[in-house]
Design a binder for this molecule. Structure first.
Ligand SMILES: Cc1cc2nc3c(=O)[nH]c(=O)nc-3n(C[C@H](O)[C@H](O)[C@H](O)COP(=O)(O)OP(=O)(O)OC[C@H]3O[C@@H](n4cnc5c(N)ncnc54)[C@H](O)[C@@H]3O)c2cc1C
Length: 270
């Protein structure tokens, strides 16, 4: 598959930028999907413009692993950090148009700071709740519901257009972070299967788990020994202590109609 072209000075050539996978929307579903695809070795770019609606939540108390809840803005940062560690790249741009096909490649029009450019991609995963305007040129069913748009799929994330996938709330599945995260993962695995990229469920196992049974370690998986396990657990503890050492500094959001600010920012006066 293609890779990001560079100019002679090593910087990314924005004029002919090309990726194996473009994920539109860096909220819960898009970031979770990116963790799976990048981890599987698919070169993945996530583009995002605006904020996850989760940033309007005041304290997130029903995602797995946080018995006393978690700041939703910190939760978003943790998802982004996880996707980054697994190899995904990010750009803050808005996709306003998409064209192409699996055979010819997809071309997204991306806008930021009044400038527009093309991003080419072999495959596209749409996780851009509540916006699906840019799918206008495709034969996909989009349900309009006020300012929201919901895209029809086969319940595994396939839109009916080969190479074009969808995940998260924009599919109209239940409006919960854990559902969107799971849906991002599910669509990512569907895409990996369709692209014939090897995926196996047991990512990291103790030394000998496969090999002591005479089995090859499956693609994308690894066996680690006790020393490596301790090192990873120490790094994990240190990272989480740092993330949770101070209150998160992102501002609380509320419904945009309630404040004089287009992202619905609440000023607590701090
Ligand atoms: C007030 C409130 C409270 C909530 N409380 C909870 C709760 O307690 N528990 C819970 O589980 N869920 C809660 N939710 C629901 C949860 O936030 C959503 O279900 C979840 O965020 C959906 O994930 P998503 O990835 O589909 O969409 P999002 O997380 O919103 O991500 C979509 C991203 O795509 C970006 N985007 C959109 N269009 C484009 C485009 N054209 N180009 C580039 N980027 C684009 C958006 O700006 C956004 O960043 C709450 C929601 C709200 C509004």
């Amino acid at each position: 598959m293609s890779s990001e072209p560079t100019t002679t000075d090593g910087s990314v050539d924005r004029a002919t930028e090309s990726h194996e996978l473009l994920i539109v929307g860096g909220g819960v579903a898009g970031l979770m999907a990116a963790t799976f695809t990048a981890r599987a070795g698919v070169e993945t770019l996530v583009v995002n413009d605006g904020e996850s609606v989760l940033n309007r939540n005041a304290h997130l108390e029903n995602v797995p692993g946080f018995p006393a809840g978690v700041d939703p803005r910190l939760f978003g940062e943790l998802l982004k950090s996880q996707a980054t560690r697994n190899g995904a790249a990010f750009q803050s741009v808005r996709v306003t148009d998409l064209a192409g096909s699996l055979d010819e490649g997809f071309v997204a029009t991306a806008e930021a700071d009044d400038a527009s450019r093309e991003i080419h991609a072999d495959r596209v995963l749409v996780a851009s709740f509540p916006d699906a305007d840019f799918l206008e040129g495709f034969d996909v069913d989009v349900r309009e519901a006020g300012q929201k748009q919901y895209v029809d799929d086969d319940s595994h994330g396939r839109t009916g257009v080969e190479g074009l996938y969808v995940a998260g709330r924009v599919t109209e599945r239940y409006h919960q972070a854990v559902i969107s995260a799971g849906d991002g993962a599910k669509t990512a695995i569907t895409l990996l299967h369709d692209a014939e990229v090897p995926f196996y469920n047991d990512w990291v196992v103790p030394e000998g788990y496969f090999t002591d049974r005479g089995r090859e370690v499956p693609p994308g998986c690894e066996e680690i020994d006790a020393t490596e396990q301790q090192a990873r657990q120490a790094e994990s503890r240190a990272a989480m202590q740092e993330y949770f050492a101070e209150p998160h500094d992102a501002k609380q959001r509320t419904h945009p109609s309630l404040v004089d600010d287009d992202v619905g920012r609440v000023d607590f006066g701090e």
